[in-house]
Write a new protein. Structure first.
Length: 213
């Protein structure tokens, strides 16, 4: 099976890097249009300090979530990392109905979407790994590597920095056959993912390639 995942960076109301450029350009254009016409010089005034809310980047509303939000067990610069499913409705992906999101839960309980990955080819419930997203830098912070496994995976491992690392995992509350998994954000690039059943037997790999960005 070929590379089969679709990823979007969602932090700060930005979907991918191209949109970031468009947004920045729009802000600059509006600022130029609103520049007042030349006239008598006015006494300089000190701009009001922005409120705490205004100082934070604008964000898109969080996507609808499917099932429970899972605490990843790792702190982020703001809040803590969480993993959850979100719906996917794309005509070009008739057999993909959900994706997995790595987000952050803020101190007030707000969930902020950060990175989502989903199956891009075939069924999103075919046995094996799906939507494996490698860790990357987003807003100056490294995200966890994550994805999901369809099947009876009791243990999921990967190779990172010359050693074997074990993923944390949780069954999706809406379908226990779907296992979300993730690694410590501090873990180096992961590869060679493997899943094992309760007896230690290696399970089908599916698409265990790791994509970044």
């Amino acid at each position: 099976m070929g590379l089969s995942r679709n990823r979007w960076i969602l932090t700060a109301g930005v979907t991918g890097t191209a949109l970031a450029v468009v947004v920045a350009g729009a802000v600059a254009a509006n600022a130029a249009q609103e520049k007042p016409a030349a006239g008598p010089a006015a006494a300089p005034s000190r701009p009001a300090a922005p409120s705490a809310e205004e100082s934070q980047p604008a964000r898109e509303p969080a996507r609808k979530r499917l099932g429970a939000v899972v605490d990843a067990g790792f702190a982020a610069k703001r809040g803590a990392w969480v993993i959850y499913a979100v719906p996917v409705k794309e005509k070009s992906l008739p057999r993909t109905h959900f994706g997995v999101m790595a987000g952050r839960r803020l101190s007030d309980g707000t969930i902020v979407d950060v990175v989502v990955a989903n199956e891009f080819e075939g069924s999103d419930r075919a046995p094996g790994f799906h939507a494996v997203q490698g860790g990357m830098e987003v807003e100056g912070e490294r995200t966890p590597s994550f994805g999901y496994y369809a099947g009876d995976a009791a243990r999921i491992t990967a190779r990172a920095g010359g050693r074997t690392v074990v993923a944390r995992q949780a069954a999706w509350s809406l379908d226990g056959k779907i296992k979300f998994f993730w690694f410590d954000p501090a873990t180096k690039a992961v590869s060679d993912l493997k899943a094992y059943d309760g007896a230690g037997r290696v399970l089908t790999a599916g698409n265990n390639q790791v994509g970044v960005g």
